[in-house]
Ligand binder design. Structure first.
Ligand SMILES: *Cc1c(COP(=O)(O)O)cnc(C)c1O
Length: 378
């Protein structure tokens, strides 16, 4: 279904913070560097087209998405920048990318050869923009050996293609131990050494690389993902080298308030029983929204105060303990700031045994996104 507008519950996206984060990364890069805004997975849950328009105003060179369909969402929203699909696209759909100027990642000679056939059969006129993906140790997609890569370099000179980029992806840049990173860097240099004419975009940095390894790398473009949204890619292991402002909050309002009497229980399984009389609010958010059931026992913020979640989180609702009686409509912050208190995506991730990326991308479509600009208000 579409997002629900009539429930006073929003993923609130602070576009001022988004601008702050991209400007901070830009300021940390050498002059002439490019930024690709990574907006896959609905811009990590923040709304792909809205985020992309702001990044476009901030002068990004392009956008990265995971899937060709996501690329079309951006093109259809009128964005003119480079759009790179980071995953491997089934070759049968690649003519659509060529015709719409969407760039594809290629990781094998076989794919290039098959595309030449497909392009001829379909009479594709526009060359397909390609970025050759190099597997220097991530073990996911891309060329693994220099011989095959050399063949690919020949093939992308044919008229079916426009050779636009080369890139790799690091596996361990969010950790303090640099050993594996050095190993990947060595492989990257071996690949680069056989490229006579470098394409426009040479990129290897994700957020973590942009934050902690920018000086170590030979490239001209950063693929900025999680740090755009103000989250630390390492969780807590490393301190960001520039200030990241959280972009995403989850805010709801109490739909029901009651006094729970001593001995009365709350929610499925009746796992919580009041030890004394207390005020309880019901919030219209549950695990179907991506506020996961494992957060049972955690807390939310109300007027800058920590309020425990009581009993199990349901599919669409949950109960919290209020410090005293409060009216229906009282605001509750499930992610974000309230007074002096804050719950970050990393806090929720720690509670869930996951990473902040999964917290943000887990918020469901049913939650309406609301856009604010805190810096403009100031
Ligand atoms: C998702 C992704 C990124 C962005 O990573 P962040 O850690 O969010 O910056 C960059 N490059 C590739 C290849 C990706 O898949």
């Amino acid at each position: 279904m579409n997002s629900a507008r009539l429930r006073n519950t929003n993923v609130v996206v602070d576009l001022g913070a988004l601008r702050h984060n991209i400007r901070a990364q830009k300021a940390a890069l050498p002059a002439g560097s490019h930024i690709f805004g990574v907006v896959k997975a609905d811009a990590y849950g923040n709304g792909m087209t809205q985020v992309a328009h702001v990044l476009s105003e901030e002068g990004v060179a392009g956008f990265c998405v995971a899937l060709l369909d996501e690329g079309f969402t951006l093109r259809n929203a009128g964005l003119q920048e480079t759009i790179l699909v980071l995953g491997i696209t089934p070759v049968q759909y690649a003519p659509l990318a060529a015709e719409n100027g969407i760039s594809l990642t290629v990781g094998s000679v076989d794919w290039l050869k098959e595309y030449q056939q497909v392009a001829q059969t379909n009479h594709v006129r526009q060359p397909l923009k390609v970025h050759l993906g190099l597997d220097t140790g991530m073990g996911r997609i891309g060329f693994q050996d220099v011989t095959e890569f050399k063949q690919a370099l020949q093939l992308v000179q044919t008229p079916e293609f426009e050779f636009e980029g080369i890139f790799t992806h690091f596996a361990t840049v969010d950790s303090a131990d640099k050993t594996y990173f050095e190993h990947q860097l060595t492989k990257w240099k071996q690949f680069l050494a056989v490229v006579d004419h470098r394409p426009r975009y040479v990129h290897m940095a994700n957020s973590a690389t942009g934050l902690w390894h920018q000086q170590d790398i030979e490239s001209n473009t950063v693929r900025m993902g999680i740090s755009l949204y103000g989250c630390n890619p390492s969780g807590r292991e490393l301190q960001p080298s520039f200030e990241l402002q959280p972009v995403t909050s989850l805010i709801t309002h109490a739909t029901f308030v009651k006094k729970l009497h001593r001995g009365e229980s709350v929610s499925y399984g009746a796992t919580y029983t009041a030890q004394q009389d207390e005020w309880v609010a019901t919030l219209p958010v549950g695990y179907a929204d991506g506020y996961r059931r494992e957060l049972t026992g955690y807390h939310v913020l109300v007027n800058g105060q920590v309020c425990d979640i009581l009993g199990r989180i349901c599919m669409d609702q949950m109960m919290i303990r209020l410090p005293h009686q409060m009216p229906v409509g009282t605001e509750a912050v499930l992610l974000g700031r309230s007074g002096d208190q804050e719950i970050t995506a990393t806090d929720l991730a720690d509670q869930l045994g996951t990473i902040n990326y999964e917290v943000l991308t887990g918020f469901g479509d049913r939650l309406a996104r609301k856009y604010i600009d805190c810096q403009e208000e100031e």
